[in-house]
Write a protein that binds this ligand. Structure first.
Ligand SMILES: [Zn+2]
Length: 406
């Protein structure tokens, strides 16, 4: 697929910063060692394209690196001042550098309309996990006032929102829903004045979004990780996530690690160019793809399509990745089908995709075969064989890879 101007210009805008990695490697022994182990001369890192030569570091790799040289795996420079330390499952430790808005959420909150003088309920967790502090920093740097609600005490948080005339919410979308429901239950629903919400850390299905938007006029999503902070956020058009201009976000081929700038699906990989704690080519384990078209809102950075699943769950079929999430989405509303699974097989050195299905009671199974074929062809760009079977277990995985390579 062709790389469009919008996406290509974003990548090229990081060339100078990539060139700064050589200097950072002087200060950070573990980065220097990592480049050496990969056979990469730091002086050759002069463009985002050249950065492809640095293998992606997964979260599991990072856990091992830290365990080998606690606490931060030698990735922190001697000059860095650490203000807070967080712990994510793993355990993985995240140092927060002593600087304003170190996780860079400001742009995301600005895009959602958060502003100075506003009271914001921060319902993200504050304990060990970085999310609460991350969001607080972003609101504070905009001049907003934060109520550090964290998770829990729902009734008290409803009361806070009513008493203080809170207009902004940051936190999980499911928690916002619980908060609104609790307010109704307490007869305080009409006392709430929430004007905007910024939600992250879990999916926002359309049904939940709709329910939230009935009560809160502006609901925007963000995408980020505990290590990377802000890696994307919605604009007013809510059609994908604008990547930030202060961190390099790449979508990388799962096999080669090469940046995919033309809209192909791959792993979201980020690079933070901070001198105190440079993080180079960190894999998030999340799948996404760049949206080739520029956004009509006019913001300069391109968009990624949002969360398309986890890396480990995808299988490659005829050179294209197929993820259980895609399968579920295609089969979500086929009324003729009671149960199904997709099986990937190898016949004569060729990948074959086959859908097995149990028809719904009274359904026309022959029509179902055509419906499934057509849907898979148009939505997934795969040809699939379709076979009616008598039964499938309720907990059967929706995508099964039976190929062997010996
Ligand atoms: Zn936009």
């Amino acid at each position: 697929m062709a790389v469009t101007d919008a996406v290509g210009a974003y990548a090229r805008s990081f060339d100078d910063r990539v060139a700064s990695i050589a200097g950072a490697a002087e200060q950070v022994p573990a980065l220097r060692e990592r480049l050496r182990a990969a056979g990469v001369d730091p002086g050759e890192l002069t463009s985002v394209e050249a950065l492809d030569r640095v293998p992606v570091l997964t979260k599991d790799d990072l856990i091992d690196v830290q365990a080998a040289a606690p606490p931060f795996g030698g990735l922190l420079s001697a000059e860095a001042t650490v203000r807070r330390i967080f712990q994510s499952p793993g355990p993985l430790y995240e140092p927060e550098l002593d600087e304003p808005d170190p996780w860079r959420w400001r742009a995301a909150f600005e895009a959602a309309g958060f502003h100075a003088g506003e009271i914001v309920l921060n319902a993200a967790g504050y304990h060990l996990t970085p999310l609460g502090a991350m969001f607080e920093e972003g609101i504070t740097v905009l001049g907003g006032t934060v109520v550090p609600g964290g998770v829990g005490n729902l009734e008290l948080q409803v009361r806070v929102c009513a008493d203080l005339r809170v207009t902004g919410y940051v936190g999980l979308p499911s928690y916002l829903k619980a908060l609104l429901d609790k307010a109704d239950e307490l007869g305080l629903g009409d006392s709430l004045r929430l004007e905007r919400a910024f939600v992250a850390a879990e999916p926002l299905p359309p049904s939940l979004r709709e329910a939230l938007e009935e009560r809160v006029p502006v609901v925007r999503q963000g995408y980020g990780t505990a290590e990377g902070g802000n890696l994307g956020y919605e604009c007013e058009l809510k059609a994908g996530f604008h990547v930030p201009d202060d961190a390099l976000v790449e979508v990388c081929d799962l096999d080669t690690g090469r940046g995919l700038w033309g809209g192909e699906e791959g792993q979201v990989v980020f690079t933070l160019f901070r001198s105190g704690y440079p993080l180079v080519r960190i894999g998030t384990g999340d799948l996404s793809a760049f949206v080739p078209e520029p956004c009509e809102c006019g913001r300069p950075t391109p968009r990624i399509a949002g969360w398309l699943g986890r890396v480990g769950e995808a299988v490659k079929v005829r050179g294209m990745f197929l993820h259980p999430r895609q399968v579920r989405s295609v089969m979500a509303d086929v009324p003729e089908v009671a149960r199904y699974r997709f099986v990937v097989e190898r016949e004569e050195h060729r990948d074959v995709l086959r859908c097995e299905f149990v028809p719904a009671a009274g359904a026309d199974a022959t029509a179902a075969v055509e419906t499934i074929k057509e849907r898979v062809r148009s939505a997934l760009r795969f040809n699939t064989e379709v076979e009616r079977v008598e039964e499938l277990a309720a907990d059967e995985p929706v995508l099964v890879d039976t190929r062997t390579w010996d």
